[in-house]
Design a protein around this ligand. Structure first.
Ligand SMILES: Cc1cc2nc3c(=O)[nH]c(=O)nc-3n(C[C@H](O)[C@H](O)[C@H](O)COP(=O)(O)OP(=O)(O)OC[C@H]3O[C@@H](n4cnc5c(N)ncnc54)[C@H](O)[C@@H]3O)c2cc1C
Length: 559
């Protein structure tokens, strides 16, 4: 076994890991190792926005996980993509820049007894790395644009989308006719309204966490980046298994396959090991290392290091209900891309101008609204697309149609992620338990009604929209719940499986500064620490989490 020694070992070069590697290695005295199971992000489809079509389900870039059958969605098994490449899921995601709602973070502060998670305290950490296309204001920063230096901005580029679709304009108008306000900026704490998503792109290319946070510092001599290097288990001081006190994490055992031949390494961390392996990877690695539920680990013959019943529990995700409507007289991508000439025109437009369908994020128009007028906050998010298909990976429908996908932002259903075997390389069991509560079922049914109300407005009437999915035969509450189960699928936002919590929360995995409970020198910093899912897409909240964690890690080291 080879050995190596660093101050900080970061496991996972995804959204959180890339930012953290940048911040921790800014001080040349810190020797930092960033481990990534996947390869470099040099696969060309990562960078062309429409390339997500070729990155999802592709083992070059995706772990290609699948869920267990979920009863709420008719027992279906879903593909569950997660990035396995530098940049992690930010290399294959939908590029939507979304912070969520201020109440999300105020709630985290309550759940953790730590006011540092409040929205007011989180906002500067969103802004710290932001490079916003409109320039700096009270809610945004832009790279180097603030002469006072108070809002210096950063590396995370956010741009306006480079497209124009009549069908999306008409949907926006219809939404406004139901009383939903126009919202030109979803990232000011309240995202209620209809508007175009802003995206993590630069000049028509994807802007992933690796481009933003690793590329500019690639030459730092105190930063080592090991790709094709999968952490197998954490290492603890030898007395840890017997000890009643807090075991100390010493480092990580890693399998490195850079030359095709696997080599085992023991990498030691003088200061901390930080798990940034994501909502699936981090609980799996904790379990593989003996941290988790006592009986589960015993069944897997993994020696117990620390009993933490919350590991792998509390999985939350947004379930998108993809409604499809056929239209008359209004072009959509379905027909624009249906001929060779149409495809060529799309290619030429992108090659010359970096605009058009090839520059498109998967979803363009967004709506945040309430499933019921009594609610104080929007609890539904729409992703509207000028295209339709039977299922991801299948051809576009041969007729003009659009998709209005709606998800419940604050589901009460809870799932889990657990190791199935201690064999290296075996995939964890992911059970999202979608629509497993009555509340989620009712809101799903109501979400379908809210969509039908938008579709029935005057702005769309001239185009005679016809509901293709789920179909107007679904009318009663029971039928709508069944329909939601049929058309529901993940919108790729798993979080919560190593949740943070207050000292009296027996199911917490990390404390409010992300230290693993009862273990020294080990933190988790990624989407898994969210106690509740944010009211929106989850990538930028993860960057905010990592930005905060970097400060805490450096502060603790300086003590
Ligand atoms: C298809 C898709 C579309 C999405 N669309 C959007 C969107 O439009 N907007 C948005 O805000 N969010 C979106 N998301 C969600 C968002 O991208 C994620 O929430 C975010 O990237 C999670 O960041 P993370 O750091 O927790 O994990 P990740 O970015 O997934 O990073 C984890 C990293 O750890 C590595 N890893 C795991 N285990 C190990 C191990 N044992 N050893 C070494 N390395 C390991 C992985 O390979 C990966 O690189 C989408 C996600 C997907 C998959």
């Amino acid at each position: 076994m080879e050995t190596a020694q660093f101050d900080y070992v970061i496991v996972g070069a995804g959204t959180a890991g890339c930012l953290l590697a940048n911040r921790l290695s800014a001080d040349p005295r810190n020797k930092v190792l960033l481990l990534e199971a996947g390869g470099k992000d040099d696969y060309r489809w990562i960078h062309i926005p429409v390339g997500y079509l070729y990155c999802i389900g592709n083992p070059i870039t995706d772990w290609c996980f699948e869920t267990q059958p979920s009863a709420g969605i008719g027992g279906r098994i879903l593909k569950y993509p997660r990035g396995r490449v530098l940049g992690g899921s930010s290399s294959i995601n939908g590029m939507i820049y979304m912070r969520g709602q201020s109440r999300d973070y105020d709630h985290w502060a309550e759940l953790t007894d730590n006011p540092e998670w409040r929205w007011d305290a989180a906002l500067p950490y969103f802004m710290k790395h932001e490079d916003y296309w409109r320039g700096a204001d009270a809610f945004h920063s832009s790279g180097g644009s603030d002469p006072t230096g108070r809002r210096p901005g950063g590396e995370w580029r956010i741009e306006k989308q480079r497209l124009n679709w009549e069908v999306l304009e008409r949907f926006s108008e219809a939404a406004q006719q139901t009383g939903i306000p126009l919202n030109p900026d979803f990232n000011r704490g309240t995202n209620e309204g209809v508007g175009y998503f802003e995206v993590n792109q630069k000049g028509g290319f994807r802007w992933n966490a690796s481009q933003a946070f690793l590329k500019p510092i690639w030459e730092r001599r105190n930063l080592s980046i090991w790709t094709h290097s999968q952490a197998q288990r954490l290492l603890f001081d030898s007395s840890a298994a017997m000890s009643e006190s807090s075991p100390r994490c010493l480092g990580v055992q890693v399998e490195v396959t850079q030359t095709g031949r696997p080599v085992l390494f023991e990498v030691k961390a003088n200061k901390e090991v930080i798990l940034c392996s994501g909502a699936i990877g981090s609980p799996a690695l904790l379990e593989a290392s003996g941290i988790g539920q006592k009986e589960r680990l015993a069944q897997l013959h993994i020696p117990l290091i620390k009993e933490l019943p919350g590991v792998g529990e509390n999985l939350q995700d947004h379930l998108q209900l993809r409604m499809v409507f056929a239209l008359q007289k209004l072009p959509t991508l379905n027909t624009r891309a249906s001929t060779k000439l149409g495809k060529l025109a799309i290619l030429i437009e992108y090659a010359l101008l970096r605009t058009g369908p090839m520059s498109m994020a998967p979803s363009q128009l967004g709506v945040f609204t309430r499933s019921s007028p009594e609610l104080k906050w929007p609890d539904l998010e729409y992703h509207v697309q000028p295209l339709s298909l039977e299922a991801f990976g299948q051809p576009l429908h041969p007729f003009n149609a659009f998709t209005a996908s709606v998800c419940h932002l604050n589901p009460s259903s809870r799932g889990s992620v657990h190791l199935q075997s201690q064999e290296n390389g075996s995939l964890p069991a992911i059970q999202p338990n979608y629509l497993s509560t009555d509340e989620d079922k009712q809101i799903a049914a109501q979400a379908l009604r809210v969509t039908r109300n938008i579709i029935s407005q005057a702005a769309l009437k001239p185009y005679s929209p016809k509901e293709i999915k789920p179909g107007i035969e679904f009318q009663s509450e029971e039928q709508l719940i069944e329909a939601a189960g049929q058309i529901g699928t993940t919108i790729f936002h798993p979080v919560g499986t190593c949740k943070m919590g207050a000292a009296n929360d027996t199911s917490r995995v990390v404390d409010s500064t992300l230290k693993v409970k009862g273990i020294r020198n080990l933190r988790v910093v990624d989407a898994s620490i969210m106690p509740t899912i944010t009211s929106g897409n989850t990538n930028s909240p993860v960057l905010m989490i990592a930005e905060k964690a970097a400060e805490w890690i450096l502060r603790d080291a300086a003590r």
